[in-house]
Design a protein around this ligand. Structure first.
Ligand SMILES: [Zn+2]
Length: 526
């Protein structure tokens, strides 16, 4: 063999080798990708931390009302949990809120018989002064007008005032539908509608609204406000905030509220004893918890995992939004294990004070223009514990291209439940993705199956650990981890081009893109 020939053969085999290597590397990437996705599913399935995280955030820490010590505890827990996983995290201050801490609420009927009643203070309710208070009850009367109401008002002195209607039934609609005769079902619906309408008229004739009426009663010397904000299901009430400044506002279960109401109406002069403890803590700082895994190739570009961290405090905020929170935490943990050197920087944003108007995420958008400008995608989850069933392109014209590509990497047993809607229309509120959409960032809502969210868990006293559907939450963590991996690896930046929105019939012009709204940096401090 001549030298020349050998050289030629060498060269040929080198070219061959190069081609083989190139093919191999493309193949390796595909292989790699397949393996990474397999490993993500395996880690999520065999080493799930969801139950532990859910226990810690709901049972152990409890609800996360902005301005409460529990909220601060939760932020510190999240930072410590991320650090344990080797993921840097910090609490980022964005504002201040009225500090308050819920204490015990005991409400007992002491006459005409003794019963411990089911009820609780509303958020930010004042305490009873100097221990328990005993008093009679009085119902907002049906007066002709606000002048007559003013004449009646002094009668509330020393009494607990019932300001909600008495529900005609404590059974949910689906229960009626299943068992009632059609005639009886129709009749109940008609009567309920009528009763609600009449009660609203009764309230409006006082000359006050839902916010000013409790304050007028307080001024007139009432001992406390009793209400019952029934959510339409068995045993479930919604718990929001009190408007009183000196006397407690209490929500009573439908069953007990109805009993008290009937006793008053029948002239049996019920007496209750109320002990409501709570603490005013002045002005406290409000935070977002931000965790980040730095990108290796494009550290200045970002994929953002998003879920609000705060909650109302009637239950423990399990499905609103501990489930969204642990989906994002678990996805971060899995990615750190399987994909520790992401191409782009991956951020988890655990926002404060979503419930009072997306305040934490709006602050983040305002405070970090350098990040916002370079976000590849935001994935937000916040409508309960169910598996993701809907994904809208939020009005981004080319969302179907990149979301479609990323989704195609997700196992079919997860994607088969997901209906996509491209390009969709931009969300104006409802959860934190809207804070990003408003400034043109491709931000998407991983929208869940309801599991009777609106009736049973959303802002209710029954939003607790036992309502979590862990199989669905696990599926959501896998989905989020894979979408994040794909968004991080994508060789291309996502397009922010917006679709032309449908015509507004009122103006004949296409609807405008939602605009960035101001946030509250100082809340509850009036
Ligand atoms: Zn929520």
């Amino acid at each position: 063999m001549t030298f020349k020939k050998t050289y030629y053969i060498h060269m040929l085999s080198n070219i061959k080798l190069l081609v083989v290597l190139m093919l191999l590397s493309v193949n390796l990437y595909a292989q790699d990708k397949k393996q990474i996705i397999k490993d993500i599913v395996k880690e999520a399935t065999e080493n799930s931390q969801l139950e532990k995280l859910a226990y810690e955030i709901t049972d152990l820490i409890g609800p996360r009302l902005v301005g409460t010590p529990q909220m601060q505890k939760a932020h510190d827990w999240a930072v410590a949990t991320y650090k344990k996983w080797g993921i840097p995290a910090q609490n980022e201050p964005w504002g201040e809120w009225r500090g308050w801490e819920r204490g015990i609420t005991h409400i007992d009927l002491i006459s005409p018989r003794v019963v411990s009643l089911e009820g609780m203070q509303l958020a930010w309710s004042p305490a009873t002064k100097g221990g328990a208070i005993t008093g009679g009850l009085i119902i907002i009367p049906d007066m002709a007008n606000s002048t007559d109401f003013q004449t009646w008002l002094p009668q509330v002195q020393g009494k607990f005032v019932l300001i909600s209607m008495q529900q005609l039934t404590g059974r949910p609609d689906d229960n009626w539908k299943e068992y009632a005769t059609p005639e009886s079902y129709e009749k109940m619906n008609r009567e309920m509608e009528k009763a609600a309408k009449e009660w609203n008229e009764r309230l409006s004739k006082t000359g006050y609204d839902r916010q000013t009426l409790p304050q007028a009663l307080e001024k007139a010397g009432a001992a406390g406000i009793l209400m019952s904000n029934w959510s339409g299901g068995f045993g479930v009430n919604k718990i929001f905030s009190a408007y009183t400044k000196e006397i407690p506002t209490l929500d009573i279960s439908l069953e007990d509220y109805g009993m008290l109401y009937r006793m008053v109406e029948h002239g049996d002069n019920p007496q209750i004893r109320v002990l409501a403890e709570s603490k005013e803590l002045g002005k406290v700082r409000a935070f977002n918890t931000i965790a980040a895994m730095k990108g290796t190739e494009k550290p200045e570009e970002y994929v953002v995992l998003s879920a609000h961290f705060d909650s109302w405090d009637g239950g423990t905020g399990a499905t609103d939004n501990a489930t969204g929170t642990i989906v994002m935490m678990e996805a971060m943990r899995i990615l750190k294990e399987i994909y520790p050197n992401p191409k782009r920087t991956i951020i988890a944003g655990h926002w404060g004070s979503e419930e009072q108007g997306l305040n934490g995420s709006r602050a983040f958008v305002e405070d970090h223009p350098e990040i916002v400008e370079n976000i590849q995608a935001v994935f937000n989850q916040d409508n309960g514990t169910g598996r993701v069933v809907n994904l809208s392109g939020q009005g981004f014209l080319h969302a179907s291209q990149y979301l479609g590509k990323w989704l195609s990497a997700v196992p079919e047993d997860i994607t088969q439940h997901i209906e996509t809607n491209f390009p969709g229309i931009p969300g104006t509120g409802g959860s934190d993705y809207a804070s990003f959409v408003a400034v043109g960032v491709p931000a998407f809502s991983l929208s869940s199956l309801s599991w009777a969210y609106g009736t049973y868990t959303w802002h209710t006293n029954r939003d607790t650990y036992d309502k979590i559907i862990f199989d669905d939450v696990r599926s959501n963590a896998i989905l989020t981890a894979i979408l994040t991996y794909m968004a991080s690896e994508d060789p291309e930046r996502t397009s922010r081009e917006k679709t032309v929105l449908p015509v507004d019939p009122a103006t004949g012009e296409p609807r405008a893109w939602p605009s960035q709204r101001p946030l509250v940096r100082e809340g509850g401090l009036d």
